[in-house]
Design a protein around this ligand. Structure first.
Ligand SMILES: NC(=O)c1ccc[n+]([C@@H]2O[C@H](COP(=O)([O-])OP(=O)(O)OC[C@H]3O[C@@H](n4cnc5c(N)ncnc54)[C@H](OP(=O)(O)O)[C@@H]3O)[C@@H](O)[C@H]2O)c1
Length: 228
């Protein structure tokens, strides 16, 4: 049976991942609030114009996408992730891998962002999602890099940069790593940080990521670990 990847999020990240998974032959569904309205968006960098170039990606409501996905990817705005997931029946996530790529960024006071209140330091969005969906297997990954690298790691010469991964279920983390390796990641590029509480660290890193981006005006970079 074909794996259906349901991506919650019609933004740049959702679209970038949807295109790559679809190219690889996966059945892909994008979840959005109102499919007709999303499809009608026109103009530069709009969903509607992007969608016209796609062959077989489906667009459904968030609830429809969750219902049909084998693997769910959360590529939602961090501010709205928990409300959207609450609006989908939590039982629909039961036993499914939820790859969480989102970050709890608060841009309400402009750039650089802060981390959303209540989702930092002693908590994280990854943990809040796992708590909301106790029967899902939440795997936090890819959130520390620009979306153009997520499924195209060989863009960085040498391809020795790092992807962090964390989550409570070891088997699901292994499945996610295998899925990513199909796109050019190597097993030694993934650092398993342990359970989902490690999302505090990977989400907190965005405070530095956004400062580097602000200073260099270039988001196409990633972490490599050099040892003595
Ligand atoms: N940009 C990157 O390279 C990058 C890298 C790593 C991680 N991330 C993280 O990936 C996530 C997605 O980023 P993005 O830039 O692609 O998209 P985004 O603009 O942050 O979020 C777009 C999605 O959020 C939904 N949304 C927005 N407002 C909403 C509301 N009031 N109620 C319900 N849903 C709402 C939109 O729904 P509709 O579909 O209905 O419009 C859309 O699906 C973010 O958490 C971001 O921090 C981004």
């Amino acid at each position: 049976m074909k794996t259906t990847i349901s991506i919650l999020g019609s933004g740049t990240v959702g679209r970038t991942l949807a295109g790559k998974f679809s190219e690889k032959g996966y059945q892909v569904i994008i979840g959005t609030r109102n499919p007709d309205e999303t499809l009608s968006r026109a103009g530069e960098n709009s969903f509607g114009d992007w969608y016209k170039l796609q062959q077989c990606i489906e667009v459904k409501t968030f609830q429809g996408a969750v219902q049909e996905g084998t693997i769910i990817i959360n590529a939602l705005n961090g501010n709205h992730t928990l409300d959207v997931l609450k609006s989908c029946d939590p039982s629909r996530f039961s036993g499914k891998i939820v790859m969480d790529i989102s970050n709890p960024l608060d841009f309400s006071k402009g750039f650089p962002p802060t981390l959303l209140a209540g989702l930092n330091n002693t908590n994280s969005l990854g943990e809040a999602i796992q708590q909301l969906l106790p029967e899902a297997k939440v795997v936090k990954t890819l959130n520390t890099m620009w979306c153009g690298l997520m499924l195209n790691p060989t863009l960085i010469p040498g391809n020795n940069h790092i992807n962090f991964i964390c989550g409570n279920d070891i088997d699901s983390k292994a499945k996610v790593m295998a899925l990513l390796n199909d796109f050019g990641w190597n097993s030694n590029q993934h650092i398993d940080l342990g359970d989902i509480t490690a999302a505090r660290g990977t989400e907190g890193y965005l405070l530095l990521w956004t400062r580097v981006y602000g200073a260099t005006k270039n988001g196409a970079f990633n972490i490599a670990i050099e040892k003595v």
